[in-house]
Ligand binder design. Structure first.
Ligand SMILES: [Zn+2]
Length: 303
């Protein structure tokens, strides 16, 4: 049973919008690509975990952001079976990698990547301390999961907590069949209650309102090439359809995410949703879906 579902991070959402609305640098595009790829891998792992026959009796918490001793750390996926906490660090790496004599992880073209085992060790240690601080003692089993079938690691050390794509099935057979017990449920509730909502962004590109391309973007492929067909917006790239009303609401939410300090007014949204011809339509949608603060010309809306 998934008690904390996964959703895109705010950082990934912002990158998606910015990527369509401005020119990102080569490094930013690469970083954005890694966020998309990582998220895609996590979704694949979720689907696999939830497809296991006993998953209804297990507790699954995705994407936990926790803090211990002023250090924040993230757990991609956490599974509670009986009283054991399985901690998964999910990697969607693709291609050939190897570990050199100094234990560094490298691509075949000798580009060093972060050692996922160290990341896992760090999360495990912080989680253990955090639980201890809350008076909880439990057994933790950490694993790095490589989800991509096109991943190959040469000179992989034996006896490490690594699960390769071809080992997933065998690994699932090793998981206990017992459902989460009372203590397990208490641990899950505790973790949910201390989960942090906001992750500090370290690498967001700099942008201004003026600089960004205006208009509604496609909810599915994030392209700006949409055409009106009566009350429906049709994406000319992916053929996705959405009614104008919900696309405006989505764009307002996007505006709020990108510009938390700018006021949501009819004029501001009219400018932001370039292409919508009627201010009246925008005013109506705003007043029906957001809370209006103030009166007349100085009024604005909040979520
Ligand atoms: Zn599209």
């Amino acid at each position: 049973m998934v008690i904390k579902p996964r959703s895109e991070s705010k950082e990934l959402k912002l990158y998606r919008m910015l990527n369509m609305r401005m020119d990102l640098s080569v490094e930013e595009v690469q970083y954005y690509g890694s966020l998309e790829k990582g998220f895609e891998g996590e979704i694949q792992f979720d689907a696999w975990l939830e497809s296991l026959p006993e998953s209804e009796n297990r507790l699954i918490l995705n994407d936990l952001l926790l803090e211990c001793n002023h250090t924040t750390f993230q757990i991609d996926s956490l599974l509670l079976v009986d009283e054991t906490l399985y901690v998964f660090e999910v990697k969607n790496y693709e291609g050939d990698f190897y570990i050199d004599e100094n234990g560094r992880w490298l691509t075949l073209s000798k580009k060093e990547i972060k050692n996922p085992l160290l990341q896992l060790e760090r999360s495990e240690s912080l989680l253990r301390q955090l639980l201890q601080n809350h008076g909880i003692k439990t057994h933790i089993e950490p694993y790095v999961i490589f989800i991509n079938p096109n991943f190959q690691l040469y000179q992989a050390p034996l006896g490490q907590p690594i699960i390769f794509p071809t080992q997933l099935k065998r690994f699932s057979k090793k998981l206990p069949v017992k459902p989460a017990n009372r203590k397990g449920i208490q641990i899950a509730e505790k973790l949910l209650s201390i989960h942090l909502k906001e992750s500090p962004f370290k690498r967001l590109p700099k942008y201004t309102y003026e600089q960004l391309k205006k208009g509604i973007i496609c909810q599915s492929c994030y392209s700006c090439e949409l055409q009106f067909q009566d009350q429906i917006l049709v994406c000319t790239k992916c053929s996705c359809k959405e009614d104008v009303r919900s696309s405006i609401i989505r764009s307002v939410e996007e505006f709020i995410l990108l510009f938390p300090d700018r006021k949501v007014t009819t004029n501001a949204i009219f400018d932001w949703c370039k292409g919508i011809k009627s201010k009246k339509v925008i005013r109506k949608i705003l007043s029906e879906n957001f809370t209006c603060i103030g009166y007349g010309k100085s009024s604005y809306y909040v979520d």
